[in-house]
Design a protein around this ligand. Structure first.
Ligand code: MN
Ligand code: MN
Length: 288
């Protein structure tokens, strides 16, 4: 059993944020190892101060709980049920779920659970890959099909992918047919894109951060590295910009066997920033 995420020491009932892990890499198509992601992110979370200077707050003042890991098995249908169950329980209790991957197939069942609670849910995905295949290598719930599955759950018009630079010709055609909006890297007007996104989609948002959205220079330890990526600071801007609308978050595809430690550290730091940014942007009376 991995150690707990740093500063996530509240009991479930007292917590506003609940961290859960998904140690699974069953459909990883290039190199395995993302199953070790949750443990590595938890380990590196202890490297950092609880005081988040960029936000002017202390994570020790924000009650968070580390629920532990979903028991991942080979059968993805069983895993999906387990994820829907825990994320649904977190959401129904009025708490904010924070998923640690594991591969990106974590996201569709998490979105499905929150969609039941928030019928108008929109989803923002940061990813190098469009993930719009209708399954891959025989797996309908492949990590290469995440955005396709999420689009089926909330509707492609309520999905925005950012950081895209890898897709097949077939995915390009299908995405155009379905009206999926996505933003490639190389963009210079990040805030303009984010403003358009926020205006185009009303209501609560789920944010999924595939770590390979970030350039391999900053995040080398991912399952499928792809050059020409986002900087960590651009990701931080996205987190800050969306923080007042978020109702759920995940950070996936950290692959410790391919990592020099920097990717898990960056993932842990971004998770910590997300908790702080959401708490600051969505203040609650008497708490935080
Ligand atoms: Mn992905
Ligand atoms: Mn990816």
């Amino acid at each position: 059993m991995p150690e707990f995420f740093a500063d996530a020491e509240a009991a479930f009932d007292d917590a506003r944020f609940v961290i859960w892990g998904y140690p699974f890499d069953g459909t990883a198509c290039f190199r395995k190892g993302t199953a070790d992601g949750p443990e590595a992110i938890r380990f590196h979370s202890h490297n950092f101060e609880s005081w988040l200077n960029e936000l002017g707050l202390d994570l020790r003042d924000i009650p968070a709980h580390d629920w532990g890991d979903v028991e991942a098995v080979a059968d993805q249908a069983a895993n999906n049920s387990a994820i829907e169950e825990i994320v649904g329980r977190i959401g129904a209790a009025g708490k904010f779920p924070v998923g640690l991957g594991g591969e990106h197939s974590l996201t569709p069942p998490a979105v499905a659970a929150l969609k039941r609670q928030f019928p108008e849910l929109g989803v923002v995905i940061l990813d190098a890959h469009l993930d719009y295949r209708d399954g891959y290598q025989g797996a309908k719930w492949s990590h290469a099909a995440t955005t396709r599955r999420v689009s089926e759950i909330v509707g492609p018009e309520r999905v925005r992918s950012l950081g895209i630079r890898s897709l097949s010709r077939e995915e390009l055609h299908t995405a155009r047919e379905d009206g999926l909006h996505y933003v490639e890297t190389g963009w210079t007007e990040l805030r303009e894109h984010l403003s358009d996104l926020v205006e185009a989609i009303d209501g609560p948002l789920y944010l999924s951060l595939d770590m390979d959205a970030i350039d391999p220079a900053f995040a080398p330890g991912v399952g499928t590295p792809e050059p020409f990526g986002m900087t960590p600071y651009e990701v931080l801007q996205v987190l800050n910009f969306l923080s007042d609308r978020l109702v759920g978050f995940d950070c996936v595809e950290t692959c410790p066997p391919a990592d020099n430690g920097n990717t898990a550290a960056l993932a842990a730091r971004l998770v910590r920033h997300t908790i702080g940014a959401v708490a600051k942007a969505q203040p609650r009376d008497g708490a935080d």
